[in-house]
Each structure stands twice: as structure tokens, then as C-alpha cells.
Design a protein around this ligand. Structure first.
Ligand code: AHR
Length: 496
């Protein structure tokens, strides 16, 4: 495949928030994950210092919290103040100790150095409760909620910019699910009150690539929104945990842009594409495994609905397939950086996340290295590159059908503050290297960073490192230079 790019033809400047993350009160993401006061790695505030360091290394720009389905019956006041009374989480059917609430979350974000992004309860919550949360976080001292923050020992307002109204309230599985008409009214009133509390907030609302839902939302609330939120998980294993193999995972890359294309089209049709950007604020190749809770018939025994969640923590589940898929997804966000301004890997710690914690340390799963490469090596300007000769490959679909997908996936970036080009290039082929010819008018040395493992099933675990990043110098760049990308590999080709 030949890839052409011209420094004068750019798509735009990518928002670094496309490398964002999500963390939910689910299984071991918070308690036993990032927050574990009993851990030997815990700092004075109970956060795991090894996890904090790993998150800083991948420059986490924004962290969405506290859910996810959890939030649709969460009342934020339960998680602030001296006395924290445990509450029963009706979404995931467990008791939440409430020892990790808003103040702990803000402290976590400060330690990571990332923006907070709070998702509010539009399930059982009200417009008033959502806007009271903005008061608690962002008002200096006016009113009871800001005064309560001060009483809790936090004199300065938190200045939380990013707020979401609701989470997947369109779905029958969500507590407090809404019709599109109900959603339009609730989001409008909540957004109005939240903006009245703090006009500097940037608001989004739960949406999906569905015209009817989004038209209602945008007609009712578009004047208040800065973002529109969508979610996607491609391997639907919530109920079965029957993880797709490498070939099927590659079939999921056939049209990663579909949801963005549909939402972009509606925003353009409503003349909103310059005002509202897309926040892809939950994405992961794999759905989370939580049988018998997103269903009408709930599991009766903990063996039926609770203990199986431990299976999300099996590190052998997260292979080269997860890394290759995730790189293709981030390349899609880069190529759509004019309208996709945020994306949040779901989640960051444990469950299907890129960091796994255990009593003696952490495991960096294959997807972690994608974020390490993309946040530390790519440029901030996305070039409008074009390719020739990208072969189409037939991959096995989930139902046994054949799915055609491009064999390679690329995004080309430049730097607004210096010369140089950095190309994110993926070879999905499960067994053969693929040639990549570079057609750029640039000078410099070529350094190739390659994320790979021995096979498509390679993974990292405790005392097992099969997936890593290697670096090699490919010499002085010559226009038309050909490189061969290893099979099933993610590469960042730096020319500077
Ligand atoms: O499987 C986890 C859930 O996926 C999140 O809580 C929700 O937002 C999405 O449906």
C-alpha cells in the first residue's frame, strides 16, 4: 500500500481528549482498582500509586465517572461529607460503601493531571439534583451546596467543565429509561439549570446513532449542548463472555466510522456540526461480562449474576486483537478529528481495561501500549492522507459469514510546533507482513515503534510479558521508501 500526504492538506487539529478514559463503580474498577486504601501501594489518600503512575504515563487527558449504568440511580450526596452511609446500587445489585465520592474523584483527577468529566443521574435523578451537583463542584460559596463543599474541607471550587446529562437512558436496561419525548424535555430543563449555575460548563447528553432519538434531543436541547455522547462495544458478550477470536475481531473493523458518520450527518442536517462535537465516551472492542442484570429476568443467586463478573479480570482475554482493534478505532477518531473531540476507553482499570491490578502490582494489557504510543508519539495535526492499493481482506464474521475489511489502517499526523511526521499504521494480516510505501515530501530519520507479540493470541499477565513495543531505526527517509509492517502489528512511524 502506498500512503500519500501533503503538509498543506490537513483535516484538523486533534483534541487530545480522544485519548480519554472512563471509570465506573463496577466490580473492581474503583474499589480494589484505583482506590484501595489497604493496598501496600496506597498513598495517603488511598489511591494505588502504581496505577496513578501508569495513568500519568499514558497522559490520560480526561476521566469520565461514576457511570455508566451505575449513575442512573446514584445520588451524589451519598458520596460526600463526614458520614458515608452505604447504598444499594440497583444497577449492578451490590452495596456501594460511598467512601469514594465526588471529593475523592476530584482528588484522583488532580493526581493524574486529567480533566474531570462527571456523568449525572438522569434515570431516577432530577434536573435540580444534577444542577445541585454543579453547584457543589463549581460555585465559590453561594448557596447550600457550595457551602457544603467548603464544610467538607474543600474551600476552592473544582471548576468541573465537562458534564453529561444521563447515560444510555434510551436503553431498556437502564434504570429510569426514557422515551425520546421525555428525554428531550428532561435534558432541556437539566441543561438550562446546569448552565444557569455555571455557563462555563460544557454539556453533553446520552445519545446513539439513531435519528429519532437524536432529532428529539437536538431540537429540545441542542441550544444548550456542546457535545453529543455515543457508546459502542463491538464484541457483544455481556451475557455469554464468549470472546471473539482474532479474525472476528478484525471483521468488526470493517466500518468503524459508521456511528460517527450517522451522527455527523444529522448534526450537519440541523446546522449544528460547528456547535456540537461527538464524545464517543464509552468504547471498547469487548462488552463487559455481567450476566443476568441487563435482562428482564434477574439472576437470583450471586453465582448467577455477581461472581461471573470476575471473569472480566482474566488477562488472557486481552490479546493482540484488542490492541489492533483499538488502534484502528483511534485512527478513525483521528481521521474524524474535525467532529470527534473526545473518546473514553471503557474502562481504564480492571474489567476490560488496559491496566489490571492485583495484590502485588499491576499488569499492562495489550491495549495499554496503544495509548502509550498514541499519546506520546503522534502529532497534534491530522493530515488528509490518501492511500493506494490497500487490499481488502475477507475476515470471518461473528455469525460465520465473510466480512471484507481493509487489510491496513493508517492515520498521518504532523506537529504544529516542529517539523516531522508520525504515521499510525496497522497491519491486520494474521500471518503476513505487508509493504507500506511512504510518499511524503519531508527529510529526516525513520524510527519505527512496533507493538506486537509472537501470535495473535499473545497477551500479558502476572509474570508473563508477551506483548511489548520494540523500536528500530530504519535509516534516512527517502521519498517512496518502502517498509514492511509485521503481521498483526500496530506501528508508529516517526520521521523527523
Ligand atoms: O457494560 C457496562 C455498561 O455498558 C456501562 O455501565 C453502560 O454505560 C454500557 O451499557
Amino acid at each position: 500500500m502506498i500512503i500519500h500526504a501533503d503538509g498543506k492538506r490537513i483535516i484538523g487539529k486533534r483534541d487530545f481528549m480522544i485519548f480519554g478514559h472512563f471509570i465506573e463503580h463496577f466490580h473492581r474498577q474503583i474499589y480494589g482498582g484505583v482506590y484501595d486504601p489497604e493496598s501496600p501501594f496506597a498513598d495517603e489518600d488511598g489511591f494505588r500509586t502504581d496505577v496513578l503512575e501508569a495513568m500519568r504515563r499514558i497522559r490520560v487527558p480526561i476521566l469520565r465517572w461514576p457511570g455508566g449504568c451505575f449513575v442512573s440511580s446514584y445520588h451524589w450526596r451519598d458520596g460526600v461529607g463526614e458520614e458515608r452511609t452505604p447504598s444499594f446500587d440497583k444497577a449492578w445489585r451490590v452495596e456501594d460503601p460511598n467512601t469514594f465520592g465526588t471529593d475523592e474523584y476530584i482528588k484522583l483527577c488532580r493526581k493524574i493531571g486529567c480533566e474531570p468529566y462527571i456523568c449525572t443521574n438522569a434515570g431516577t435523578g432530577t434536573a435540580e439534583e444534577m444542577s445541585d451537583w454543579v453547584e457543589y463542584c463549581n460555585l465559590e460559596s453561594e448557596g447550600k451546596n457550595a457551602r457544603e463543599r467548603i464544610r467538607n474541607g474543600h474551600q476552592e471550587p473544582y471548576g468541573v467543565v465537562y458534564w453529561s446529562i444521563g447515560n444510555e437512558n434510551y436503553g431498556s436496561w437502564e434504570i429510569g429509561a426514557k422515551t425520546s419525548e421525555e428525554w428531550g424535555c428532561l435534558t432541556r430543563e437539566a441543561a438550562k439549570m446546569m448552565k444557569h449555575v455555571d455557563p462555563d460548563t460544557e454539556l453533553t447528553a446520552a445519545a446513539l446513532p439513531d435519528v429519532d432519538w437524536n432529532i428529539q434531543l437536538l431540537k429540545s436541547c441542542g441550544q444548550f449542548l456542546d457535545w453529543i455522547s455515543i457508546h459502542e462495544y463491538w464484541d457483544p458478550i455481556h451475557q455469554t463472555n464468549a470472546l471473539a477470536n482474532y479474525g472476528v475481531c478484525m471483521s468488526y473493523t470493517a466500518d468503524l466510522e459508521k456511528s460517527v458518520r450517522k451522527v455527523r450527518g444529522l448534526l450537519c442536517a440541523m446546522d449544528l456540526e460547528k456547535k456540537i462535537r461527538i464524545a464517543f465516551d464509552e468504547w471498547n472492542l469487548r462488552g463487559w461480562y455481567h450476566p443476568n442484570v441487563h435482562t428482564i429476568r434477574q439472576g437470583r443467586t450471586k453465582e448467577e449474576y455477581l461472581y461471573p463478573r470476575d471473569d472480566n479480570d482474566r488477562n488472557s482475554s486481552y490479546t493482540i486483537a484488542d490492541a489492533v482493534f483499538s488502534a484502528c478505532f483511534l485512527n478513525m477518531c483521528l481521521r474524524n478529528c474535525d467532529i470527534v473531540g473526545m473518546a473514553n476507553f471503557a474502562p481504564v482499570v480492571n474489567t476490560r481495561g488496559c491496566i489490571y491490578t492485583y495484590d502485588k502490582g499491576i499488569v499492562l494489557r495489550s491495549t495499554y501500549y496503544v495509548f502509550d504510543m498514541y499519546t506520546n508519539l503522534l502529532g497534534d495535526v491530522v493530515l488528509d492522507a490518501w492511500t493506494e492499493g490497500n487490499k481488502m481482506q475477507a475476515f470471518p464474521g461473528r455469525e460465520g459469514e465473510s466480512v471484507e475489511a481493509p487489510l491496513m489502517d493508517v492515520a498521518v499526523t504532523a506537529f504544529s510546533d516542529r517539523a516531522g511526521i508520525a504515521v499510525a499504521a496497522v497491519n491486520k494480516d494474521c500471518s503476513s507482513g505487508q509493504p507500506l510505501t511512504l510518499d511524503f515530501d519531508i527529510e529526516g530519520d525513520v524510527i519505527i515503534h512496533t507493538l506486537n507479540g509472537e501470535s495473535t493470541d499473545s497477551y500479558n499477565d502476572v509474570d508473563r510479558t508477551e506483548v511489548s513495543v520494540t523500536e528500530r531505526n530504519a535509516g534516512v527517509y527517502r521519498r517512496g521508501m518502502e517498509l514492511v509492517l509485521e503481521p498483526h502489528s500496530v506501528n508508529i512511524i516517526c520521521i523527523r
